[in-house]
Write a protein that binds this ligand. Structure first.
Ligand SMILES: *[C@@H]1O[C@H](CO)[C@@H](O)[C@H](O)[C@H]1NC(C)=O
Length: 441
């Protein structure tokens, strides 16, 4: 009896472990595209590419050979494009919920180890490398996790065409998209990992941060780890933490004070001898606008007269802004007065933008009644901003409810007075005539 219960317990434990391996480990089965140049094309500007479905079963220590054999790859994926890589793929961001339509993006490319041409890596490539080591099959894998939580670039080596490549170099960022308020310090995350059992481990590395915006590109920072030297750059206020770089592979870029010109894409590249991997981090500097309404205060509006008012939005970034006008009457109800005439953008020397909207206020056309609050509304990525000015309309021809009631009251009072006076007079008249009548008699 006790034996049975022991077997029962063991099987439960085994089952739990197995399920943990399959679902709870955070190590995903990654669907990827295997993209390579079509064979038979010798370079040129537009090299035709082929794209095949591929699958990566991430190996972990808990993954035994038996578990691997129980995985059933889909039939539409060629067995030659199924890989069983090991190392640094385990992340919740790459592991979507079962049945989720949102999937991580992943692409595999063949990779050719080569000596880098960049100055701060020159010391790396003269280190003696085993050519045999480099002659194996190499791949680079670029993956983007869910919800902008991770971007990763791994260089894998598969000894003699095996299907079990091993990650040798991994570069990743937990902040692929960064939004920062203007003027605040910014941290662009980038970290790297080198397989400690690889011959390239310990033979030096270099780190480079480049900035790219549209066609403009510049070097932000480059560190030659072999010679422990920073390259000269024109960039100021950008740094990396050298201690963290050596201790944990933390290559994060620190910008002391964010400016509008910092908006753009930053590429973190880590070089090892003959290898490199890079990830991109998008930085957007955000500042909501300040609003003012002119003229201030608003002059009295006479019906029939047209008042031109202007809302000036300034000091904002990025440049996308939605300007509009609202009117709140005496009854407390708000309604839109439209966009007005919106001008083009102007850019200040600090890179922030300004823009304005003009509105023609015509009380008869817009139905402004006796006036109310005029509000300028600016919708921006950094938040919605509002500015309000009070508008008074004088000598309104169409009376308001209060006016009508007052007029009725006045009319009633007048009527009452007239009635009273006429009664007093007529009664005194009659009494006089009565008296006279009596006198006559
Ligand atoms: C990397 O270094 C920066 C700056 O020192 C630090 O703020 C950040 O938390 C570090 N990241 C990790 C993952 O340790």
């Amino acid at each position: 009896m006790s034996e049975i219960s022991t077997i029962y317990k063991i099987s439960i434990i085994a089952f739990t472990l197995f399920c943990g391996v399959i679902s709870g480990s955070g190590c995903p089965v990654l669907e990827c595209w295997f993209v390579q140049e079509k064979p038979g094309h010798g370079g040129g500007f537009s090299v035709p590419m082929s794209q095949e479905k591929s699958l990566m079963f991430i190996r972990t220590e808990a993954y035994s050979e038996e578990t691997m054999s129980e995985l059933h790859p889909p039939a539409d994926i060629s067995p030659s494009r199924i890989y069983y890589p090991a190392g640094t793929f385990c992340s919740a961001a790459l592991n979507p919920a079962k049945g989720s339509v949102n999937k991580p993006k992943c692409e595999i490319n063949p990779f050719m180890p080569h000596a880098s041409m960049v100055r701060w890596t020159s010391a790396l490539t003269d280190s003696a490398q085993s050519p045999v080591y480099l002659q194996d099959d190499w791949f680079s894998v670029a993956a983007q996790g869910l919800d902008e939580q991770l971007t990763l670039s791994n260089i894998m080596r598969a000894p003699s065409a095996s299907k079990e490549p091993k990650v040798i170099l991994s570069v990743s960022s937990k902040t692929p998209v960064v939004r920062s308020r203007l003027g605040e310090p910014v941290l662009l995350d980038c970290g790297f990992w080198v397989d400690p059992s690889s011959p390239v481990h310990g033979s030096g590395f270099s780190v480079e941060w480049r900035y790219q915006f549209q066609v403009e590109g510049r070097l932000v920072l480059a560190y030659d780890g072999k010679n422990d030297r920073f390259a000269e750059t024109s960039e100021t206020g950008a740094d990396i933490d050298i201690t963290g770089l050596y201790e944990t592979g933390n290559a994060s870029l620190i910008l002391e004070e964010s400016r509008v010109r910092h908006s753009g894409t930053y590429i973190c590249t880590v070089y090892l001898p003959h290898l490199l991997a890079q990830v991109a981090v998008d930085l957007e500097i955000v500042k909501p606008p300040s609003l003012s309404i002119y003229p201030s205060p608003l002059p009295l509006l006479v019906p029939g007269q047209v008042l031109l008012i202007q809302c000036e939005a300034s000091g904002f970034a990025p440049h996308t802004l939605d300007l509009g006008w609202e009117f709140t009457g005496a009854d407390g109800k708000s309604r839109s007065l439209g966009q007005g005439g919106v001008t083009g953008h102007r850019q200040a020397s600090d890179g922030t933008f300004s823009q304005s909207s003009r509105l023609e206020l015509d009380s008869s056309k817009l139905g402004l009644g006796r006036g109310g609050d005029i509000t300028c509304v600016a919708k921006h990525d950094g938040g919605t901003r509002r500015a309000t000015a009070t508008l008074n309309v004088i000598g309104v021809s169409a009376p308001s409810i209060e006016d009508s009631m007052a007029m009725v009251a006045v009319a009633l009072v007048l009527y009452g007075m007239i009635k009273f006076l006429s009664w007093t007079f007529s009664s005194s008249d009659s009494s006089d005539s009565e008296l006279e009548d009596k006198k006559k008699t």
